[in-house]
Design a binder for this molecule. Structure first.
Ligand code: FAD
Length: 461
C-alpha cells in the first residue's frame, strides 16, 4: 500500500481549507467509512475538500504522487466506489451548501450535498428537485447516473432538470458545462457517472410541489403477491404522471399501523405519491386498496421532507449490502413468478425486492438526449440483499445472483447507479451502443489517461 509521508501531507495541507487525514489521524476511520459495510478500504490519504480550489489541489496532488483517486459524494454507492485502498479518497462531505433562487426556481447544490440538504432548502419555498427516496443519498453520485424518485414521472429525472455544473477535470482545471458551454461534457455528465471530473456544484430547475403530498403505504398479504403484482402491472398502464406507485416485497418492519403479529412477516408494500388534490388521490388509490386484502395502511397528506426520509431507517448505514438490478421490458407473468419464488427464500429479513414503475416524463425524452439511456423500460427490478455478519456473505450474495440470473430473460438494460462491481460488459449494458461510443469519445477528450477510473468505468478507448 502506498504511504504518504508527513512531509508530503504538509505540502497538501498548506493553504488547504478543508482537512487532510492520514491513517493515524483520529478522524480517519470514520471518514473512510461508506454506506455499504462490505467495503472496508484504507486510502493512503483522505482529502476532505472545502471549495473548488481544494478539489483542484487534491487532484493535482494525487496525480503528482501517482495515487488512485476515488471520489466520495454521499458515500452511498452500493459498489463502494467512493473509497479506495492505498490511494486518495477525495471527500466532498464538507461541501453540502444548497442555495435556492425562488425567483428563477433554481437550486444550486455543492458536490457533496445530500438529498436531505436539497429538500430542506428547496422546501422553504414549496419547491423540490426530482431526486431519490432516501435522504442520506448523495446528490453527486445520484445525479451523475440519472436520478429518479417520487416526482420523476411528472417532472423528469434529476439529469432532466440539471441546468449547469461546475467541475474540476483530471488536469485540475475548473470548467463549467451547460447546454451552451462544453455541451459534449454536459451531455456525458447526465448519466455517464463520475468519469469526467469532480463536480463541485450542480444547478437544477425546481418543480413547484408545495409542502405536502398525498402519499402513503398499503401493506398487502404475501399470499396474494402474484395476484397483486399482476394487478399492479395493469393498474399503472395509462396512469397519470401525477401518480407514482412502487412495490416492495420484504419482511414487514415494525410499523405502528400494523399489528404485532405482522411484524417480520413477508408482505407486499405498496408505496405511492399523488401530486394533486387529496380527494382525487383518494379515488386513485381505491383500486389498489381493493385489489387484494391489506394488513394495514397509513395514507394521508405528508410533509415532503418527512416523506422523503420515511425510508431512511430501512437503508441506514453500516449493514452489508449486495445489489443486483435490471430494467424490465415488462412485468410478465413469468417474471412475477420468479419474484414470488425468490421472495419466499429471502436470506434475511432486511432484504428487499423493489419493483418501481418508471414510465412517464423521463420516457418522453429522446434516449440519446442525455447519456442516461434506458428511458423506455416500464419497470425496474432491484434485488437489495442486506445482512449483518460477514459469515453470511456467500449465502446472501448467492441468493441475489441466482435471482438475478433467473430474471435475466426479462431484462432490458440496467441503471448505472444500481450496478455493483460487475465488470465492463455490465457497465456497457447501462447504455445503448450509440450512447456508449459517444461517452467513450467524451472520455477521451476530457480524461484521456483514465485518471477517474474508480467508478463504473468508461475507458477512453
Ligand atoms: P458515492 O458512493 O459517494 O459516489 C458514487 C460515485 O459517484 C463515486 O464513485 C464517483 O464516481 C461519483 N461521484 C459522486 N459525487 C461526485 C461528484 N460530486 N463529482 C464527481 N463524481 C462524483 N438512485 C436513484 O436514482 N434513486 C433513488 O431513489 C435511489 N435510492 C437509493 C437508496 C439507497 C439506500 C442507495 C444505497 C442508493 C440509492 N440510489 C438511488 C442509487 C444512488 O443513486 C447511487 O448509489 C449513487 O451513486 C449515490 O451517490 P453518492 O454520491 O451518495 O455515492
Amino acid at each position: 500500500m502506498k504511504q504518504i509521508d508527513k512531509k508530503a501531507a504538509e505540502v497538501l495541507r498548506s493553504g488547504f481549507r478543508g482537512t487532510v487525514l492520514l491513517p493515524h489521524d483520529e478522524e480517519y476511520d470514520a471518514a473512510r467509512r461508506v454506506w455499504n459495510a462490505m467495503f472496508d478500504r484504507r486510502p493512503a490519504v483522505i482529502a476532505r475538500c472545502l471549495g473548488t480550489r481544494d478539489v483542484s489541489r487534491a487532484i493535482s496532488f494525487a496525480r503528482e504522487h501517482g495515487l488512485l483517486l476515488s471520489v466520495r459524494g454521499g458515500g452511498h454507492n452500493s459498489a463502494g466506489t467512493a473509497v479506495c485502498d492505498g490511494g486518495m479518497m477525495l471527500d466532498l462531505s464538507l461541501m453540502r451548501r444548497v442555495t435556492v433562487d425562488p425567483g428563477t426556481r433554481t437550486a444550486r447544490a455543492d458536490g457533496g450535498a445530500l438529498l436531505g440538504d436539497l429538500d430542506a432548502e428547496t422546501q422553504l419555498h414549496g419547491l423540490a428537485v426530482p431526486a431519490g427516496v432516501v435522504s442520506h443519498t448523495g446528490v453527486g453520485g445520484l445525479t451523475l447516473g440519472g436520478g429518479f424518485g417520487w416526482i420523476s414521472r411528472k417532472h423528469g429525472l434529476s439529469v432532466d432538470n440539471l441546468l449547469r455544473v461546475e467541475l474540476v477535470t483530471a488536469d485540475g482545471e475548473r470548467l463549467e458545462a451547460d447546454e451552451k458551454t462544453n455541451e459534449d461534457l454536459f451531455w456525458a455528465l447526465r448519466g455517464g457517472g463520475g468519469n469526467f471530473g469532480v463536480v463541485t456544484s450542480f444547478t437544477f430547475r425546481c418543480a413547484e410541489i408545495g409542502k405536502h403530498v398525498y402519499s402513503g403505504l398499503l401493506v398487502k398479504r404475501f399470499e396474494d403477491a402474484g395476484r397483486f403484482l399482476a394487478f399492479y402491472r395493469d393498474y399503472v398502464r395509462g396512469l397519470p404522471d401525477e401518480m407514482t406507485v412502487w412495490v416492495i416485497v420484504r419482511c414487514a418492519p415494525p410499523l405502528p399501523f400494523l399489528s404485532a403479529d405482522v411484524h417480520g412477516k413477508l408482505v407486499v408494500i405498496v408505496a405511492f405519491v399523488w401530486l394533486g388534490d387529496p380527494g382525487q388521490g383518494e379515488r386513485r388509490i381505491r383500486p389498489l386498496r381493493d385489489a387484494t386484502p391489506s394488513h394495514g395502511e397509513a395514507v394521508g397528506a405528508n410533509g415532503w421532507c418527512d416523506w422523503q426520509s420515511s425510508f431512511d431507517g430501512l437503508s441506514s448505514h453500516g449493514a452489508r449490502n449486495y445489489w443486483k438490478s435490471h430494467h424490465l421490458g415488462d412485468l410478465t407473468d413469468r417474471a412475477i413468478e420468479r419474484v414470488v419464488e425468490f421472495a419466499a427464500s429471502m436470506p434475511t429479513d432486511e432484504c428487499e425486492i423493489f419493483v418501481p414503475h418508471m414510465e412517464g416524463a423521463p420516457s418522453r425524452v429522446e434516449p440519446e438526449a442525455t447519456a442516461y439511456a434506458h428511458r423506455r423500460a416500464p419497470f425496474v427490478l432491484n434485488i437489495h440483499t442486506r445482512w449483518r455478519e460477514a459469515r453470511d456473505d456467500e449465502r446472501c450474495t448467492a441468493w441475489a445472483r441466482d435471482f438475478h440470473s433467473a430474471t435475466e430473460p426479462f431484462a432490458r438494460g440496467v441503471y448505472v447507479n444500481f450496478l455493483g462491481d460487475e465488470g465492463q460488459d455490465r457497465v456497457r449494458a447501462a447504455y445503448t451502443p450509440e450512447v456508449w461510443s459517444r461517452l467513450v469519445g467524451v472520455k477521451k477528450k476530457y480524461d484521456p489517461e483514465n485518471f477517474f477510473r474508480m467508478n463504473q468505468n468508461i475507458p477512453p478507448s
